[in-house]
Design a protein. Structure first.
Ligand code: ADP
Ligand code: MG
Length: 502
């Protein structure tokens, strides 16, 4: 097996504006960058300055048709290759992406407003990890022998589904894309990825880079709006699986279409993740955990955001004061500036939505502790900056504690009794993640058993890792992503073969 690092034949471009212009108006279909069939495009806007930085191809049913045709052609030959060879090529994609970390980080910052140092560089850095990880798992696409009868050899084997449609959101597009496409490809499928309308260019760049290594057509990328481009992808008769990350509302639409076609789906949807801080918790660690858990550096734009923080009455005021001081010390500013901790909200629609929730929290009687300071630079005045808000005085029944905000707004809710905290933490339609902070071993263990969430953590708040299964219960979703099981369960089907030897 070769281990040499494949050099990407594409030169990394550190000027994100120049790169955005080069990528403008294109899909990747059949191994080539091509305009939309209609020739239409839509603007890609830098949310920190409000300027148009490029265009994206406006994908529609005709583009889906072309991508499916290319994928169908490439998939058969790909599936016939030895699994380890597929794995080697996918791992090579990961290594090639490493040379592009800085350019990808800058491009993602330009189109999403996420801060370069605290967010985008981290995301671009872990992108390659998922490709390398799944590439190495190729030999694990194993079947079983079944002890049916001594004269009937019975075995199972894992086979690819065929064409996988991957629909991704804008908050962490590169990482979420990698967790979908890397296992799908290693398992022998072809993939069509549809980017989110807010963040199409960095995704296209990743596709262009890995297209240097993978056979043409095996991997295709479309940009466009949900109803115009996502819906026909889900509905296409030759697409055999959809893996989707986005809102609950859209997840339901995707699931309905998939149900008509009787195809499997993986859905990673919203969250309203509880964080429980008991009276004995190490307060500084819990406060730091709230900062990462709430993803303040990503303006709270995370489905796992710790947006309900239950704090014991005896430490409540202290916790809130320390949390506020920490968020106050975070710098809001130009997302491309190395000094910036917190960038902007992604789009005017999200900006309005977040402002609406802040107003609603005040109207419900909450106290808004507004943190940090808006940037003052003139060039950033059109920027979609929202000062983080810590609400106190709200209950778990308030709108802010029930609905996903997807912004830098969290509710600190006071409790007196451990049982009450667990009950309230579970009193939500969501079940993506939960954390508990305590040094009481019995309570910590008890909480891991009783919290209704796909991921429960004690005294830490780690983000998604490629080898740790991730996904929600209740309306937070269906199926798991990341890990070996995700590749086996979601991107293959199991064929049983029986051989009568008598
Ligand atoms: P958001 O609220 O952030 O826009 P969505 O769930 O609407 O979240 O978007 C997540 C992804 O789903 C995006 O790529 C979007 O274009 C896509 N999408 C939106 N509507 C549909 C739809 N009807 N069918 C398929 N995909 C859709
Ligand atoms: Mg949408």
């Amino acid at each position: 097996m070769t281990t040499a690092t494949p050099a990407s034949p594409l030169t990394p471009t550190l000027d994100p504006h120049a790169l955005a212009r080069t990528l403008s108006g294109k899909h990747l279909i059949g191994g080539a960058l091509v305009p939309a069939a209609s020739g239409r495009t839509f603007d890609v806007v830098n949310p920190a300055r409000g300027d148009v930085v490029g265009q994206a191809a406006f994908g529609e049913a005709a583009d889906v048709e072309a991508a499916v045709a290319a994928a169908a052609k490439a998939q058969k030959e790909w599936a016939r290759r030895p699994a380890r060879e597929r794995g080697r090529l996918v791992a090579d994609c990961g290594r090639a992406l490493q040379a592009h970390v800085e350019e990808l980080a800058r491009l993602i910052t330009l189109e999403t407003g996420k801060a370069l140092r605290t967010e985008s560089r981290v995301e671009a850095g872990v992108l390659s990890d998922s490709f390398v990880f799944y590439g190495g798992l190729a030999p694990e696409l194993k079947g079983e022998t079944v002890p049916f009868s001594p004269t009937v050899m019975t075995i199972t084997q894992r086979e690819p589904i065929g064409i996988v449609g991957a629909i991704i959101p804008w908050n962490v597009p590169l990482l979420l894309m990698a967790l979908k496409i890397a296992p799908a490809l290693v398992a022998g499928n072809a993939v069509i990825v549809k980017s989110a309308e807010e963040a199409p260019l960095a995704v296209l760049r990743v596709c262009q880079i890995i297209n240097q290594i993978l056979p043409p057509g095996l991997f295709n990328m479309l940009s466009g709006f949900g109803p115009d481009c996502g819906a026909p992808l889900v509905a296409h008769p030759k697409v055999g699986k959809i893996t989707f990350t986005g809102s609950v509302e859209t997840g339901r639409i995707v699931y309905r279409t998939a149900a008509e076609k009787l195809i499997p789906v993986t859905l990673e949807l919203g969250g309203k993740s509880p964080m429980i801080v008991l009276a004995d918790a190490d307060l500084d660690k819990a406060v730091a955990g709230a900062i990462t858990g709430m993803r303040f550096t990503r303006q709270g734009q995370s489905c796992t955001a710790a947006s309900r923080i239950f704090v014991h009455r005896s430490i409540h005021d202290d916790f809130v004061a320390r949390l506020k001081a920490k968020v106050d010390a975070m710098v809001m500013g130009d997302p491309l500036d190395e000094k910036t901790d917190i960038g902007t909200i992604v789009s005017p629609q999200q900006f309005e939505k977040v402002q609406g929730y802040i107003a609603a929290g005040k109207a419900e009687g909450g106290t808004a502790h507004t943190c940090s300071a808006l940037p003052t630079a003139e060039a950033l005045s059109p920027g979609l900056f929202v000062q983080p808000v810590i609400f106190t005085g709200l209950t778990n029944d308030s709108r802010l504690a029930r609905e996903e905000i997807f912004g830098p707004v969290t509710c600190v809710i006071v409790f007196d009794d451990y049982e009450e905290a667990i009950t309230q933490a579970n009193d939500t339609e969501y079940g993506l993640a939960a954390t508990i902070w305590t040094n009481d071993l019995k309570k910590a263990l008890d909480a891991t058993q009783r919290l209704e969430a796909g991921l429960v953590q004690v005294n830490q708040n780690l983000v998604v890792q490629p080898n740790i299964s991730y996904g929600g219960v209740k309306t937070s979703g269906l199926g798991k992503e990341a890990s070996l099981e995700a590749m086996l369960e979601h991107f293959t089907h199991k064929k049983t073969i029986m051989i009568n030897m008598a």
